[in-house]
Ligand binder design. Structure first.
Ligand code: URA
Length: 433
């Protein structure tokens, strides 16, 4: 078999066989296929798509490209949650402790920032001492002891995805249904949880911009999850507005703590209650409505925040930074973006907001880049707000002063004003299972 012929076949929009897909994934994993040929095939898949059969074969080949985690020694059914990626999406930091406080055993494996979207591992690493690189035995011990652990996807899990993910990030081949499906589901299948809650984002800040594409992605992932015997639910949620008010790693940890302490309500809180309730419902088989009530109680009673501290402490993190988030490192520069007009914000280009956050240092432009944990954006006005000329729209945080001017311009160009108040869009479009 020959990789050049495989690339040409997909370039010509033909269906690849299971053997060709397995050959490709093996070659990516053992390094025998160089990055430039992998990138070429990724672009061909991006442009021409894959059939359901090809996507399932790619997912299973990727799941088999590394180790499979055996969670059978966890005392009870395990649940994992995965978001397809958004801007300001810090739901793992909130929904996982909520579900764990209710009694769901949560085995959460996360990734790093991808494209314009943030990554949970980068966010968690803003907490001093917190380790996301944890051996499987310790991962299971922590879940049995605290109810949850949040770790980075080890290089041994779906090994091919690590390489493909990094290459897609720098070749503009992220927004593809078969590539996203295989990336997420290979990891979910290899990481061994019995139940999975998917948060499929839809809108300008998501990889899927339209409801049609988001539904196709959700359905593809549900089909593959069920084929592999998983108890799985997918929520399709709004990513036309950044979630919450903070974008950027440390800033998002600060906001997550506020939500868990019951100090911030709104879109982020509502979505985390829904995700936590769905996670608990899958493992407990209790009705969703009852799980929602229990999830609210877990936050209001402070149990969910205590649970976050237990998990952080078990993973080596210094919980004094959660008790007092003002101790977390802040950026040297803070710049206020002022409105140049008066009116209602009718839309915010969420993807552009993600790019501004990356420009400020919160994400990577090249796969070798290191990130500035303290960089990011505080959104002071979101879609639907009325704004006067000169009012603060956002605060930009960075350690790189030179990035401020371009970031400000890009931020302003992401905002559209109107004389009329726009209609409020739903936060959760649908729940599929
Ligand atoms: N999250 C993933 O893990 N993979 C993708 O391709 C997109 C989001």
């Amino acid at each position: 078999m020959n990789i050049i012929e495989i690339i040409a076949k997909k370039r010509d929009n033909k269906e690849l066989t299971k053997e060709e897909i397995t050959f490709f994934v093996k070659g990516v994993t053992d390094g025998s296929i160089p990055d430039y040929q992998t990138a070429a095939l990724l672009m061909a898949i991006f442009l021409n798509g894959m059939t359901d059969r090809e996507t399932a074969d790619l997912t299973l080949a990727m799941a088999d490209s590394g180790e499979r985690v055996d969670l059978s020694s966890v005392n009870g059914l395990t649940v994992d949650k995965h978001s397809t990626g958004g801007v300001g999406d810090k739901t793992t930091l909130i929904a996982v402790p909520i579900a764990a406080a209710l009694g769901a055993h949560t085995a959460k494996m996360s990734g790093r920032a991808l494209g314009h979207t943030g990554g949970t591992v980068d966010k968690l690493e803003s907490i001093p001492g917190f380790s996301t690189a944890i051996e499987p035995d310790r991962f299971i011990d922590i879940i049995n002891k605290t109810g949850a652990a949040m770790i980075g996807q080890s290089k041994d899990i779906a090994a091919a995805d690590k390489k493909l993910y990094a290459l897609r990030d720098v070749t503009s081949t992220v927004e593809s249904i078969p590539l996203i499906t295989s990336s997420i589901m290979s990891k979910k299948i290899a990481s061994g949880s019995d139940c999975i809650v998917l948060d499929v984002k839809c809108g300008s800040g998501a990889f899927m911009k339209t409801s049609d594409d988001a539904q196709k992605l959700a359905q593809a992932m549900l089909r593959i999850g069920k084929m592999c015997g998983k108890n799985i639910t997918a929520l399709i949620t709004n990513m036309d507005i950044p979630l919450g008010n903070m974008v950027g790693n440390t800033l998002e940890v600060i906001e997550a703590v506020k939500v868990l302490k019951g100090e911030q309500k709104g879109d982020l809180y509502d979505l985390c209650i829904e995700l936590g309730a769905n996670m608990y419902s899958l493992t407990s088989s209790k009705p969703l409505e009852e799980c929602r009530t229990l999830a609210v109680e877990a936050v209001e009673s402070g149990r969910a925040f205590e649970k976050l501290k237990e998990i952080v402490s078990a993973q080596g993190g210094d919980v004094s930074y959660l008790d007092d988030t003002s101790k977390l490192e802040r950026s040297r520069y803070c710049f206020e973006v002022l409105s140049e007009c008066e009116g209602y914000i009718s839309s915010i280009n969420c993807e552009a907001v993600g790019h501004v956050s990356n420009m400020l240092g919160a994400g990577r432009q090249k796969k070798e880049d290191t990130i500035d944990h303290s960089a990011g954006i505080e959104l002071c006005k979101k879609t639907g707000s009325h704004v006067n000329k000169g009012e603060v729209l956002a605060r930009l945080y960075t350690n790189n002063k030179e990035k401020l001017e371009a970031s400000q311009e890009k931020y302003l160009s992401a905002i559209v004003f109107s004389d009329k108040q726009p209609e409020c869009e739903p936060l959760i479009y649908m729940i599929l299972n």
